[in-house]
Ligand binder design. Structure first.
Ligand SMILES: [Zn+2]
Length: 356
């Protein structure tokens, strides 16, 4: 399998599939364009994707994934591939000068010279115009520019218009800090669901409401950590020796970047809550239908479910699964997640009874 067709961090949607198809076709027919702009919701994954693309262009077998060329490009240490990245929160004009110099030289080894520009939205006007000149008049037919950005709306339009633009959708990638917070949330959630089940028919809505509040509290804590990062970035920016107008522009860019990050975290958190609830519901169903411990999502809970879920009503479980999936569909439309969770937990509370 070719390296581009084997990427595991893209979502399975038509846009991604057709992007991969188009790019593979260009590579197979030696018809690679001289400038691309990739944009998508994760800078780190955009970069990995760009390296896979660069490897496919450079590899004698067009992206085998195994040869020394592929392996070095993917590691970011291939002499024909130059990586340009911002220093702190600014992509400096010195970096663009470095790019021009690299592109002006004849390549070290036969093949295309590829320049990957990470976080292209962090170029200021000066750096952008300088890059534009090179894009308009590339030194030779062997140059390929690959610009990456999370936010295409703040890249200079004149630069965008010179590039073939591809939009990508990535699977979410939690960072290590997020992971620890998520684990705390998983624990709360697990305990909360257990106490609802223990309460059974006599449970009170207080448990469900308390559970919503706790989940929201943990999500807020995670969002606060992202905000602290923003303040740190602002502080650094203010100490820099840039023009005031540039600083203001960067602040706007940083704000939109952090906003995206927060909403990504929030959606990730809520969808994880939904995953856990669904897994519990599936397990309750499985136990009621006589399945064994090994077929559960959480095999440890086999006897717990057996003990407490005896008089759960199956049709209520089906209804609740439907509610969870329905709300999942709205996640990207910024519904009020607090309300959605309240509703779901209260419905969970009622799986024993006929009441609505
Ligand atoms: Zn290869």
């Amino acid at each position: 399998m070719k390296i581009l067709e084997d990427i595991d961090f893209l979502t399975e949607d038509n846009a991604n599939r057709s992007n991969i198809k188009l790019l593979s076709k260009m590579i197979e027919s030696d018809n690679v364009s001289h400038a691309y702009l990739f944009y998508g919701n994760d800078a780190e994954l955009l970069y990995r994707l760009a390296l896979d693309f660069a490897a496919s262009v450079s590899c004698p077998q067009k992206g085998c994934g195994n040869c020394v060329v592929c392996r070095n490009v993917v590691k970011g240490v291939y002499p024909n591939v130059l990586i340009i990245e911002p220093e702190g929160n600014i992509l400096r004009i010195e970096e663009i000068a470095r790019l021009q110099k690299f592109m002006g030289l004849s390549s070290y080894i036969p093949g295309k010279k590829i320049c990957i520009i990470r976080e292209a939205e962090l170029m200021n006007q000066e750096a952008g115009s300088r890059l534009l000149k090179t894009l308009e008049d590339p030194p030779d037919g062997d140059s390929i520019f690959l610009l990456l950005t999370e936010d295409i709306s703040v890249v200079l339009p004149t630069v965008v218009s010179r590039c073939l633009v591809y939009n990508w959708n990535f699977k979410f990638d939690e960072d290590a800090r997020g992971k620890a917070d998520f684990e705390v949330m998983d624990k709360y959630l697990d305990e909360g669901i257990k106490s609802i089940l223990r309460g059974g028919r006599r449970g009170t809505p207080a448990v469900a409401i308390d559970l919503t509040l706790r989940v929201i509290e943990i999500l807020k804590k995670m969002e606060a950590a992202v905000k602290t990062d923003l303040e740190k970035d602002f502080f650094e920016l203010k100490r820099s020796d840039f023009e005031k107008s540039d600083i203001n522009k960067y602040m706007e860019i940083l704000k939109s970047k952090h906003k995206r990050k927060i909403s990504k975290f929030h959606n990730l958190g809520i969808s994880r809550v939904f995953d856990i609830i669904s897994a519990w519901l599936e397990d309750i169903l499985a136990v009621k239908l006589g399945a064994g411990r090994e077929s559960l999502n959480f095999s440890n809970n086999f006897s717990f479910i057996g003990k407490y879920a005896g008089d759960v009503r199956i049709e209520k479980i089906f209804e609740l699964i439907e509610t969870v999936e329905g709300n999942r569909g709205y996640l990207n439309y910024s519904i009020n997640s607090e309300l959605a969770l309240d509703n779901i937990f209260l419905q969970f509370q009622n799986i024993y009874t006929d009441k609505r």
